[in-house]
Design a binder for this molecule. Structure first.
Ligand code: CAO
Length: 423
């Protein structure tokens, strides 16, 4: 007796939303069990979805270009040989087999399959199914196909006691951020709850986003918060701007921050460094990047040799770079070679935040809006002081918490009395 089976996308490893590049069958076609029905292609692999049973294709539920994930309906199959296959006749015909191998054919030590790694193995659905049936741990199988893809023959040979794969190098696993067996990203039809608009991310946002994501995941961040007394510095800034009013240059707090950062980095060389394997590359130049908010996203122009420049020169350069950034006209070399970054939100607001390190740098200073606060140095007398919130994020692999606290204290002391930059 024939029965209609819903053929769904089986276990395709750690892939989701994989586009269909080819549909290999049409309604009325007679297929055998394991015959490929559709081809999926991600940026990393091409995969076939095999038929779970023999039968006649009744109705195809997908089209080329559709993006599929595990469990999604592909087609309806009128199957006569349901009984002869291991396939369930329920809607979950193609759901993955249980994680624990059950097949008596297994004579390789596979009782403990690493499920996360199994999902990441470079193998198509048919091979995965076979591996589960034979109780083969795909992590242990060396793929003989293109780019190391695991083929059915590899699984069969392994099940008969064949080759054991060399484990992937740890660096690759860590580098790619794989091994995290996370839930799939939630898919919500937001339009069910109200009107929505879909807007593609800008090119800069996409590039910056990928960098921020890598940095956030790969660098153990810690952020040290402090406050600087900038009462005198602000008075000096206002006075300086009056003095140079005719020059057309406006000195904002950012120029002082860049100057003070270069001086602080000179005293704390490990903050002006990059990790290279087990080595720390200590740079003997002080190129300070500053985050600039532009209509198309965040960019980081770099002020070179900030230690050798005066405040007005730095202010002039930051002004020019900020303008170029907003116009989208910064050249690549104006954004390269930075050794430390300052992210100033002072013109906008906020108290503290946790900036993400701009790899391969090892620290970044976030600055928020200054505020008047009543400060008492001795618990008896108090005064109103203009204070600037500082948030220093650092790579804890390179920098200890005590060093970060010292860096912030020193930096705050320089802002409290900029004459100390000369020392
Ligand atoms: N506290 C109080 N006021 C501040 C301040 C601070 N810390 N820093 C700047 N201001 C004031 C300025 O004095 C200026 O005031 P006036 O208009 O009265 O003169 C006003 O805020 C605007 O300053 P600005 O932001 O235009 O100038 P800037 O030199 O301070 O900053 C730039 C330039 C390019 C850094 C800034 O425009 C910018 O893009 N900031 C956003 C950076 C960002 O997005 N960071 C987040 C990245 S994620 O880590």
């Amino acid at each position: 007796m024939s029965q209609v089976i819903e053929v769904k996308v089986p276990d395709i490893g750690n892939f989701a939303d994989v586009p269909i590049i080819e549909i290999l069958v049409k309604p009325g076609d007679v297929v055998k069990a394991e015959e490929p029905l559709i081809m999926l292609e991600s940026d990393k692999a091409t995969m076939e979805v095999p038929s779970p049973a023999g039968g006649t294709v009744k109705e195809i539920k997908v089209k080329v270009g559709d993006k599929l994930s595990e469990g999604m309906l592909v087609l309806l199959l009128d199957s006569a040989d349901v009984a002869q296959t291991a396939v369930s006749t329920s809607a979950s015909a193609a759901t993955p087999a249980p994680a624990v191998p059950t097949s008596p054919a297994a004579h390789v030590p596979v009782a403990q399959t690493d499920e996360a790694a199994f999902k990441l193995a470079y193998a198509g659905p048919g091979v995965r199914k076979l591996a589960r049936e034979l109780g083969v741990d795909l992590n242990q199988v060396q793929g003989s196909g293109a780019k190391g893809r695991i083929l059915k023959e590899d699984v069969e040979s392994f099940a008969k006691g064949g080759a054991v794969a060399t484990p992937a190098p740890a660096a690759t696993t860590a580098g790619a951020g794989v091994g995290l067996d996370l839930l799939a990203w939630p898919k919500v039809d937001f339009s069910k709850f109200g009107p929505v608009e879909s807007k593609p991310l800008s090119r800069i946002k996409k590039i910056a986003g990928a960098n921020l994501h890598r940095n956030w995941v790969m660098i153990p961040h810690v952020t040290n918060h402090d406050e600087a007394d900038i009462t005198d510095l602000e008075a000096f800034r206002v006075q300086l701007n009056q003095e140079i009013a005719k020059s057309g240059v406006k000195v904002s707090m950012l120029a002082f921050l860049i100057k003070a950062a270069a001086a602080t980095l000179r005293k704390f060389p490990e903050f002006n460094a990059s990790l290279d394997g087990d080595n720390l590359i200590l740079k003997q130049y002080y190129h300070i990047g500053f985050a600039a908010d532009t209509p198309i996203g965040l960019v980081v122009p770099v002020i070179r040799n900030a230690d050798q420049k005066g405040i007005v020169e730095i202010a002039q350069e930051t002004g020019e770079f900020a303008k170029l950034a907003r116009e989208g006209k910064l050249k690549p070399d104006q954004m390269q070679g930075g050794t430390f970054t300052i992210s100033s939100l002072g013109g906008i607001g906020g108290t503290f935040f946790t900036p993400i390190i701009n790899a391969p740098e090892v620290a970044i200073l976030g600055v928020c809006k200054s505020a008047w606060k009543q400060i008492s140095p001795d618990g008896q007398h108090s005064a109103w002081r203009l204070t600037l919130p500082l948030s220093l994020s650092y790579d804890h692999r390179v920098i200890d918490g005590a060093s970060a606290a010292r860096f912030n204290v020193h930096f705050a002391n320089l802002l409290a009395d900029m004459r100390r930059v000369l020392i």
